[in-house]
Design a protein around this ligand. Sequence first.
Ligand code: IPM
Ligand code: MG
Length: 355
Amino acid sequence: MTKKIAVLPGDGIGPEIVAQAVKVLQAMPELNIEMEEAAIGGAGYDTAGDPLPEATLKLARAADAVLLGAVGGPQYDKLDRPLRPERGLLRIRKELNLFANLRPALLYPELAESSSLKPEVVSGLDIMIVRELTGDVYFGQPRGIEVRNGERVGFNTMIYAESEVRRVARVAFDIAMKRGKKLCSVEKANVLECSELWKEVVLEVSKDYPEVELSHMYVDNAAMQLVKWPKQFDVIVTGNIFGDILSDQASMLSGSIGMLPSASLDQNNKGMYEPIHGSAPDIAGKNIANPLATILSAAMMLRYTFGDEANAKRIEAAVRKVLADGIRTADIYTAGTKKVSCSEMGDAVVAALKA
Ligand code: IPM
Ligand code: MG
């Protein structure tokens, strides 16, 4: 059976990094993958006047999985809010009901030197952040900017329904069961009602997972603990905005934000796969971006949507081999290693796959 993948390169470095992941997938013909490309983000606005063009959404709905690059760029910052690239990304997440965002942060031993933390603090690091992706202050109503008492006010609504908390908590507990059986739920229940409910619901769900050791942490403390002693964490589950922030922070533990893939899943493991980094307009078009997060996202696609653990591991092993061989893009370059371009990095991974 052929697997259908919608490929959405997006903006900035998106097209360059996605091309490398496509190259890797094409180097594995036994996967039987059929890929079709469409525009999203600023590219969607440029071609169809909409950051999520109808045709793109249709293609994504019909596909088994979506591979996405990144969206956004300074040239779009002045557009009306609904037309901005980020809205296209948020809408596709919502439209496809991709509520569970898996963001693994692991340190490849070869990159220990690229981390800003001491090697002993990060060596062997392997954390999975499960970020809720379709709720919270990202989507809550009311929201807006308006004039009150003669001055402008900006406002958003932090809101979670218990069903939303429950389903993402289940995903996180299930993942914890397959890993170290430790789950830390991160919120701000000392201040926010929304978090108070979050905590209560996670506690309820925990009754179905007696083997998992559950802990609760306020987000400010979690931010501190992540840099103090990150290896205390196995799986973290948290809401949309806290997860957005903590996953960027966690990415630095692993050396570069250019290394971290992600999976966004619905109830049936249909998924969208994207690097957690942005479109990096400052280096776009220069062929110097790190494509490994996108290539590793393709590996996650094989694992989570297609249940193909063996080939997911093959891609991950190829990435590890390339790093062990001292091949580096600029962001992870250290003295004594070999600096390569984005496309050369893609070629190196393909070569390692075939070796
Ligand atoms: C991410 C990004 C997005 C988010 C932006 C681009 C809308 O930061 O995927 O983490 O905030 O979710
Ligand atoms: Mg983010």
